[in-house]
Unconditional design. Structure first.
Lengths: 231, 219, 231, 219
């Protein structure tokens, strides 16, 4: 089996350059690649285009990239949970492309799967449709959407093995498995890295073929945005 | 005039046995509290969960288990987890039977606007455009009028659209209405104590009134 | 949770009518819905259109349908492991539509996912391209392919729960999970049916939303086509 | 003239460290036996497995574990199982680096025909069209001539095509050849004891001979 292990986050992200396009897993703050984020902050790369469903909060997640003005463009479905994002957007420092969440997911999945374009009903008749081909199938209108790929995909899994196989936990899975397929280089950080052969082959969420680098992360904060409890 | 809880309670009467349902943020989330317990239904969360359970006890809170509103939640026996592409495959593929969501405006053609107000910070459409373009049945939960008193039931939407010709039913603080196939809001029920005249005066779009309009019941 | 349990195969297939389009899981004879096949043979339905990667062998799997002349049309990627198939095809009794295996898989996946059409490079410049739209993306040619759906999808899983959640074993998984998404009614037969809550929600291959009927099958033969062993 | 095993052995020399590889039925399957053990490679089976292991012992045979040729197989530590859509996502998405497959004809443009002979029973293309349309590197393993002595390296294919302009390299019982970007078979190596003249006489398509052509080596 091919060993994908790298030492740590710093080594995993060392060739991410200014201007790179990154996919970053997570929904809200759940399942985000915390260690890669920290390593990129330390490295200090600029002009990033980031594909991520959300943009973090002021002091956590992608919000930290915004504080350091590392981001040129966000491609997301829902943003603006943080003030710095809003400031940069209104001042024109930051460009934002908003997509329906399912379109974002499917464009990423298509990018990984060698499907250059597909049709979806989401956004027909709205401003999302502007400039896109509209086509009727079986009496219903659809938009043609193009595949999305990235120079690097940064994903976070629960467990992984040295062959790059990944298993996710709970709704921290979200965009991570599809982004793993769509990065030219996919970097996976995992809570627990085990030897190849330790995971059940039937229970792999992301087969190792999609992962070029894997390391065991540490100090996961897993911040909660809305702590709702039953008393 | 109905409270938010009463709007949710009225919408819960629309839920059918064995449905898979996606509830939007706000009033729609409250609907879960009023679904009759003899109905087996499954709630879908578009971030990747079928079978949303109640909020966790303090000791059960898991940051790896949230709903689309980013609230901590629990699972139920029979729940399933999946990725975002699979989640929207379910939605687009028509496997989710019912979508309940909020709106800023609905037109008499069934168009809906609920994601963007020009001049205000745009947060994004999230999964709303996929949901309204795909679900077989869409119910809107909203106030009949905006805070400054303007009707939200319009001939055509003035705000940027989320989807076209998709809303089937609307439950407001004043009324239950359906979209007529040829366009127009068919008044089906009045909130307790609200007159047809008041609903008429607060509905900017074409209101269709057929015969006697019953009051909502909440037994 | 919604209970999808039905008594047995006979009850599961009772409303499958003459002329129905069926998707049937399996690759070769691995992972085929053996109990549903037997029940349909007993029921004796005719003029079926069957979407299945292969067509079984003379005396097992879909080959048994052919023996009883139950099939009008096969949509497959690789057929003809059986003589009766060849005889019916050459005599014009049977119609066959051959598709590249990946195109077949993706058309089924698209059918389940509400994607009416997509582009794929497979078959460009070949007879598979005849009558299809050809389009260039990033300097490469692609064919537009349409979604496939079926009246019924018959799938076989290893374990399942009463909510319809499915787990597959080994390469018996193959087309089963995607076909489960593309049937208007999906019937799952499983080797072991357990109560909802018995399976790990993180390890479900097919979420129960796609399954309308589930039952525990019996007497699985699991015939092997090529028994290759190391001595 | 090379035996099938020798063709497989020569192709195995093309395999690179850390490659994911799909091997077709026939000679390509034999390649697995000759891949140098110091190279870490992973074999993909398009019915849904990464990490094909050796054939099982009699006691390990599992009908739920077969390769694309429907042979019983085993897994390796680090193997992963997936469905058919995921399998071809890998293939079409370019994640599989190398495809080795057989052919009935190859044209000097790199077109390949390997699935259908008019007048004969058609079994289908299986995954071949997806593989040849997608893989970054495609090596064909075949006899230089058909059983009745006709060259299988042609100006244009006469049989129905499997894919166009996709083959990069061909290893036959007589030679190793590459497809020139402008078209033509570039002769790279001769089988031991085979002359350039013989290869020339048995290659119907344009043969490009640059300088001295070395014999294959098999150390």
């Amino acid at each position: 089996m091919i060993n994908k292990t790298v030492e740590n986050a710093a080594e995993a992200v060392k060739d991410i350059q200014d201007g790179a396009t990154l996919m970053m897993g997570g929904f809200g703050l759940s399942g985000i690649p915390e260690n890669c984020i920290t390593a990129l902050l330390q490295k200090g790369v600029r002009d990033l285009t980031i594909v991520s469903n959300n943009a973090g909060v002021d002091d956590f997640g992608i919000g930290l990239f915004l504080q350091k003005r590392m981001v040129k463009k966000m491609i997301s479905s829902y943003v603006g949970e943080n003030d710095e994002f809003e400031r940069q957007l209104l001042s024109g420092e930051l460009e934002v492309e908003l997509l329906p969440q399912g379109t974002l997911a499917e464009r990423i999945r298509a990018g990984g799967a060698g499907i250059p374009a597909f049709f979806t009903p989401a956004g027909v008749g709205t401003e999302v449709a502007v400039g896109k081909e509209v086509r009727e199938f079986n009496g219903k209108l659809y938009l043609m959407e193009l595949a999305l790929e990235a120079d690097f995909a940064l994903v976070k899994a629960w467990k992984g093995d040295t062959a790059g196989n990944l298993i996710f936990k709970g709704t921290a899975r979200n965009f991570n498995p599809i982004m793993a397929t769509a990065g030219k280089i996919t970097i996976a950080e995992v809570e627990e890295l085990v030897p190849a052969g330790s995971l059940d082959p039937n229970q792999i969420h992301t087969p190792g073929i999609y992962v070029q680098r894997i390391f065991q992360g540490n100090n996961y904060e897993k911040r909660i945005e809305q702590r709702t409890v039953t008393r | 005039m109905l409270t938010k809880e009463q709007i949710a309670k009225r919408i819960a009467q629309e839920v059918e046995h064995r449905q898979y349902i996606n509830l939007g943020i706000g009033i729609p989330t409250l609907v879960a509290n009023y679904i009759p317990t003899h109905l087996d239904v499954v709630l879908q969360s578009e971030n990747g969960l079928l079978g949303i359970g109640p909020f966790p006890k303090e000791s059960e809170v898991d940051p790896d288990l949230i709903n689309a509103g980013k609230q901590t939640i629990t699972m139920l026996p029979g729940s399933a987890i999946f990725d975002s592409a699979q989640s929207f495959a379910m939605i687009r593929g028509g496997h989710v039977h019912l979508t309940i969501l909020g709106a800023m405006e609905v037109s008499e053609q069934g168009d809906i606007a609920n994601w963007k107000v020009p001049g205000k910070m745009v947060k994004g459409m999230g999964g709303a455009m996929d949901l309204v373009a795909s679900a077989k049945h869409i119910i809107v939960a909203m106030q009949h009028c905006s805070k400054d008193g303007h009707s939200k039931l319009l001939p055509t939407c003035t705000l940027p659209l989320t989807g076209i010709r998709c809303v089937k039913k609307i439950v407001t603080d004043l009324a239950v209405l359906e979209i007529a196939p040829e366009g127009g809001f068919i008044l089906k029920e009045r909130a307790p104590g609200i007159t047809v005249e008041e609903i008429k005066s607060k509905t900017a779009g074409k209101l269709i009134i057929n015969g006697e309009i019953p009051e909502m019941s909440f037994d």
